[in-house]
Structures are given as structure tokens and as C-alpha cells.
Design a binder for this molecule. Sequence first.
Ligand code: SF4
Length: 61
Amino acid sequence: MSVRKMDKPNEGVKCVVNTCEYYMSGDHCTAEKIQVEPRNAKDSDDTDCATFTAKETSSMR
Ligand code: SF4
């Protein structure tokens, strides 16, 4: 699933995953929409963002 990367934060999402392509400093997510999985999770530790895309290593510095 390809998700559009916006040039501003998605105000509905706070995310601290700074290794994600969609992460923006200030703990923002710039993905137009995100998908969270899995179904039937028991607690928050079970869940994760399926929209996560690893950032290019060259831009991690
Ligand atoms: S796509 Fe998911 S992991 Fe990536 S910044 Fe947005 S909420 Fe965080």
C-alpha cells in the first residue's frame, strides 16, 4: 500500500518512530493515513503501524 507523504504533520497522529520515512521531527507523522495492526491485539504492545517504511540510511544522520 502506497501512502502519500504530506509536507505537514498528520495532526491526528503522534509518533516517536524516528527511523520511519514518514517521521517528522517533533514526533509527527506525515503520512496521509496510517494502518495499525493486528486484528485481535491484546494490548498496545501487540500493535504496530503497518505503514512504517524504513528511512533511507543516508538520511538518518
Ligand atoms: S507511518 Fe507509522 S511509524 Fe511512520 S511516522 Fe507515521 S505513524 Fe509513525
